[in-house]
Design a protein around this ligand. Structure first.
Ligand code: ADP
Ligand code: MG
Length: 567
């Protein structure tokens, strides 16, 4: 057993102390595992008490507060509280309006709460009790212990709490609670067991691929064991059974509670909720309010339960009525699937101005870049596999495909073309290279704003330098860190200094390509400090950085594409 506890025998008092420490609105009764409101309602309203064995947190103490419970009585883990603990709670919170005990249908709870109510009445305190038995996995009927009370009890607390807060007398609060119980059904599915701290080992076992439908919150047997199925199939089975059992029909309105048994990730719970809402919509049932979370658990048991409570306007108002307790959240809704999705804010492709000459030069260069990257895919894949994860080849091939796809849209001013290409690369290339190249192009586009339809070589050199700055700003790397920058930065510097020295642009470009090649080659001697290769440390030594090699490849393609007409 591995648990964050101190002493298996002290888990309940220590847990309650923790809860009360966090919530000034709660207090503990001295010497009892009973949590009450710190501001006891002056007795004007009917008091509500729930409880049972511990291990179902946040139930029950998490529901103590205005509009909900007046007190929660906790037994030991999965053990009914004693009659005297219940009696202490009754004496602490009951006024002349009396007290209603909301008890889940377990023999121990019925006996202890029932005896406490009897003693209270003998003492002159009006006390009554309702039994929650919402588990539709079990048969009803004579000669059985009846159905268990499980997660749906939380909604009963709320309905009764709102009725009491509205000032109704005890018999009316009881009637509303009982009517709600008759309209409530719950069923669960367990994926893994739980361990009671004092027992030290799981209460039952499930094989890795096994689940149990209808399992109780203490590990009592369910209706069937079977292999794990897709969530949608399991939810369909649970919901269908509740609907059949409770006779809930098309056109009716319900509250839906998707409850975590303790060990289920919120992700899975939301997937369950999605199907539950969808299925109810298919059956023509209106989900007025929905909850999805941990409401009544079974320690760390993985799995969930689904509860449906039939609603009319009055009961819906009870669920919506103001309440405040550590574990209570207002229900969301109405819940529905298939609401139209909001459109993604798109950027329209730049439009070619028919009056202007098409930007053939840039389109030709980009076509050559795409072709070179496509051809280099196997080599870059191998290089990235040696020092990274092997996806650079395919990533840049995707980039190449994006370029080719967008070529017709790129016959516009270079600034607009690079801007559009940045968006397209950003959407089609993942990993590290995607955002870095998108940034490279975006900054390059920015540097070309105002440079017109045919920027001169100096403008292109400024764009290349701006692109490098962008990659550094976004990725946090510098030349020398063994990244694409070790090819890009020397190339940008060579281009600029060649042009400054007055050499023809094609000579300066040739120097830039050479600088990129040399820069890439030098990375073989550098220890990686950025990106995935950095985890390799010295083991990357002797290998050229694939990102830098890719720069040398596409820059050479640029030069080659410009050479025939330019040189
Ligand atoms: P990953 O698979 O690690 O997400 P890619 O395979 O898309 O990344 O790209 C790997 C290349 O990205 C490396 O070879 C390196 O050149 C480059 N790179 C990694 N980190 C950075 C960075 N912070 N700045 C610039 N380039 C980087
Ligand atoms: Mg990679």
């Amino acid at each position: 057993m591995k648990k964050l506890i101190n002493n298996p025998l002290q888990v309940v008092p220590e847990m309650l102390e923790g809860l009360v420490a966090l919530h000034p609105g709660l207090a503990l009764l001295d010497g009892e595992n009973v949590v009450v409101r710190a501001d006891p309602n002056a007795g004007a309203q009917v008091a509500l008490i729930a409880g049972g064995g511990a291990g179902h947190e946040p139930a029950h103490a998490g529901y103590v507060g205005p509009g909900l419970l007046s007190a929660a009585v906790s037994g030991d883990v999965v053990t009914s509280p004693s009659t005297d603990a219940v009696l202490a709670a009754i004496r602490a919170v009951a006024g002349p309006a009396g007290v209603l005990l909301i008890v889940k249908n377990y023999t121990g709870d019925r006996l202890n709460f029932g005896l406490a109510a009897e003693i209270a009445r003998a003492d002159g305190i009006p006390a009554d009790m309702v039994i929650v038995d919402d588990d539709v996995a079990l048969p009803t009927g004579e000669g059985t212990a009846g159905r268990r009370g499980i997660a749906g009890a939380v909604l009963i607390h709320k309905v009764a709490g709102a009725a009491a807060a509205a000032g109704l007398p005890l018999d009316a609060v009881k009637r509303e609670a009982a009517a709600a119980i008759a309209s409530l059904g719950t069923m669960g599915v367990a994926l893994s067991p739980c361990t009671v701290p004092a027992a030290g080992e799981p209460g039952f076992t499930l094989r890795p691929d096994e689940i149990e439908l209808g399992l109780g919150i203490h590990g009592e047997p369910g209706v069937r064991r079977g292999r794990i199925e897709p969530a949608d199939a399991l939810v369909t089975e649970l919901v269908s059974r509740i609907l059949d059992d409770r006779g809930i029909e098309r056109g009716e309105r319900v509250a839906l509670l998707v409850n975590n048994l303790g060990g289920t990730p919120a992700m899975e719970l939301a997937i369950v909720a999605r199907r539950a809402v969808g299925l109810l919509a298919e059956r023509g049932i209106v989900v007025e309010r929905a909850w999805c979370g941990s409401f009544l658990t079974a320690l760390e048991m993985a799995g969930c339960s689904i509860s449906l409570l039939r609603l009319d306007d009055e009961r819906l108002a009870r669920l919506d009525a103001p309440a405040s307790a550590p574990a209570w959240v207002r229900g969301s809704g109405p819940a529905s699937v298939g609401r139209p999705r909001l459109p993604v804010e798109g950027v329209a492709a730049p439009r070619h101005d028919a009056g202007r000459p098409a930007n053939e030069g840039l389109v030709r260069v980009l076509g050559a870049v795409a072709e070179a990257l496509r051809q280099a895919e196997p080599r870059l894949t191998t290089m990235d596999r040696e020092v990274g994860d092997g996806d650079l080849g395919i990533s840049l091939a995707r980039g190449a495909a994006a370029i080719l796809r967008e070529l017709p849209a790129l016959e516009v001013e270079p600034s607009a073309a690079l801007r559009h290409l940045s968006l397209s690369i950003r959407r089609s290339v993942a990993g590290t290279s995607g955002p870095l190249y998108a940034m490279f192009l975006l900054r390059g586009a920015g540097a070309l704003v105002g440079a017109g339809a045919a920027p001169d070589a100096a403008a292109w050199a400024r764009a290349l330098a701006a692109g490098c700055e962008g990659v550094m700003a976004l990725g946090g790397a510098q030349a020398g860190d063994r990244t694409m920058l070790d090819a890009l930065v020397p190339a940008a510097e060579a281009l600029q200094s060649g042009l400054c020295a007055g050499r023809p642009w094609h000579e300066a470009l040739a120097e830039a390509v050479a600088a990129a090649r040399e820069g890439a080659a030098r990375t073989a001697a550098m220890a990686p400090r950025r990106g995935r290769s950095s985890y390799l440390g010295d083991r990357a030594l002797g290998h050229v950085d694939p990102g830098a090699e890719a720069v040398a490849i596409w820059l050479a393609a640029v030069q080659h594409a410009l050479a025939p007409s330019g040189a």
